[in-house]
Design a protein around this ligand. Structure first.
Ligand code: HEM
Length: 438
């Protein structure tokens, strides 16, 4: 493959920093494996489904999470499901997987609809709102209910601020090639530690309350508490708290961004919105949706798939090669970081003609089965597929089905919202939407 240009040693790091999404797009057609370098670290960009499958599925034991990700995320959630590798990861995944079993998800559908109804109750026709913060508040209710069986509305403001501060710091750690040690009391570190302490306090309180309440675990926390009490290698209290925090953080922002941008896309595509509304009217006739209705709402599913294609909340992924490897004829030395971007993969015109167009219909007739396995991967894949994928897809569809039966949302004309490729992809500035009765 043709090598990209760049400053010696510094390589393409600056080019990436200026515009991470454009960076992956620019190198998307330079071969299956493109060799770049970021300040001393070799980073190979993967542009083919086969190369990604090699890393995530076929040779996945050789590819733990890389130092960039670990540095940023371990500071927040320690060494748990998201950050660990090998046997430690496998044990955690087995422990937590039952909480995401289909039967339990069905029970949690009601939490999403209730949260959507509560949110609707606070909306007034004609009063514009900013979609992302509103959806953040809504998904916090969902996360608290489904994961912890708790209501965190009273702490929502404090939690929102603390999560924002913690993620800002994680982003800083991700972006800084050689950060100062965590004990140096810079203003940033102090703000981060204070925010983390307040997150810990909220989670500790929830755990304590749930412990006192006891009973069978049909929420995630109940299951984790049962697992903690078992013999073998039980979780310490700190590990339990970190896993709760992992799920809160992983599920909250991502689902909120997906919902906010789906609402905007529907507002700006009246035909798609009308088709969805017709489907909702036929199947639900004005009543609340349940999980059992979802298979009868195929267009709703297509809308969500298309929204996650254009605006994948997890916009990029990476791993590091533990030992020497080979991919698509390219030697991958141990220590090489391999990275790919859903933003770029999902804009490949070979699989998604007119890739910038919002066309939910393209997903009809099983498009997913006709394209290569990792051409579309909003939830990653292989053994480390997002543990919350089923839950998120259910929540997004139920919330859309609930709110769109009540309101049509009007978006201002103009270009699409700018997005910020932070740890997750999120709107850069406000997305004002105005509710109109239907
Ligand atoms: C992993 C995306 C919602 C919990 C992942 C990964 C992606 C992803 C791409 C793989 C990361 C990697 O392997 O490097 C998303 C998107 C979501 C979403 C786009 C919403 C639209 C959720 C929810 C939860 C969750 C609702 C929990 C309630 C996790 C966890 C992992 C993960 C714990 C790590 C799994 C492991 O490594 O075994 N997510 N996620 N996510 N996600 Fe999600």
């Amino acid at each position: 493959p043709r090598l990209p240009s760049g400053l010696p040693w510094v390589g393409q790091g600056l080019e990436y920093r200026k515009d991470p999404l454009g960076f992956f797009l620019r190198y998307a057609d330079r071969g299956a494996v493109v060799r770049t370098r970021f300040v001393g670290t070799p980073i190979y960009l993967l542009n083919s489904s086969e190369a990604i499958e090699h890393v995530l599925v076929k040779n996945f034991r050789n590819y733990p999470k890389d130092a960039f990700q670990k540095r940023a995320l371990e500071a927040v959630v320690g060494q748990g499901l998201f950050t660990s590798h090998g046997d430690v990861w496998m044990r955690r995944r087995r422990m937590m997987q039952p909480a995401f079993h289909k039967n339990l998800l069905a029970a949690h559908g009601g939490v999403a609809v209730k949260a959507a109804n509560q949110w609707l109750a606070s909306r007034r026709e004609g009063e514009a709102f900013d979609a992302y913060p509103e959806m953040m508040a809504l998904t916090l209710d969902v996360v608290a209910g489904t994961l912890f069986g708790a209501n965190l509305s009273a702490q929502a403001r404090e939690l929102g601020r603390a999560m924002e501060a913690v993620m800002l710091h994680a982003q800083f750690l991700f972006d800084t090639p050689i950060p100062l040690p965590a004990w140096v009391p810079t203003p940033g570190q102090r703000r981060f530690k204070a925010a983390l302490r307040s997150l810990h306090a909220v989670v500790d309180e929830v755990v304590e309350r749930r412990r006192r309440q006891g009973g069978p675990g049909d929420d995630l926390l109940g299951l984790l508490l049962e697992a903690q009490a078992e013999d073998g290698e039980p979780l310490t209290d700190a590990q339990l708290r970190d896993e709760c925090l992992t799920l809160m953080i992983a599920g909250h922002e991502t689902t909120a961004a997906a919902l906010a941008l789906s609402l905007w896309l529907l507002a700006r595509h009246p035909e798609a919105e009308a088709t969805l509304r017709r489907e909702l009217a036929t199947v639900l006739g004005g009543r609340e949706p349940t999980v059992a209705d979802l298979p009868s709402l195929p267009y709703c599913e297509q809308v969500v798939k298309e929204s996650l294609r254009l605006y994948p909340p997890a916009w990029g992924m990476s791993r590091v090669a533990e030992t020497d490897d080979r991919m698509d004829g390219v030697h991958v030395p141990a220590g090489t970081v391999v990275a790919w971007s859903q933003w770029a993969l999902h804009r490949d015109a070979r699989h998604f003609p007119e890739p910038e167009a919002f066309r939910p219909e393209r997903w009809a007739d099983g498009l997913e089965r006709r394209i290569p396995r990792f051409a579309y991967c909003p939830f990653g894949g292989g053994p480390r597929l997002c543990i919350g994928a089923g839950s998120a897809l259910m929540v997004i569809r139920l919330v859309l089905a609930t709110v769109l039966q009540r309101f049509h949302f009007e978006a201002a004309p103009g270009p699409a919202p700018e997005v910020l490729p932070a740890i997750t992809l999120r709107p850069k500035s406000g997305i004002p939407l105005t509710p109109r009765a239907v």
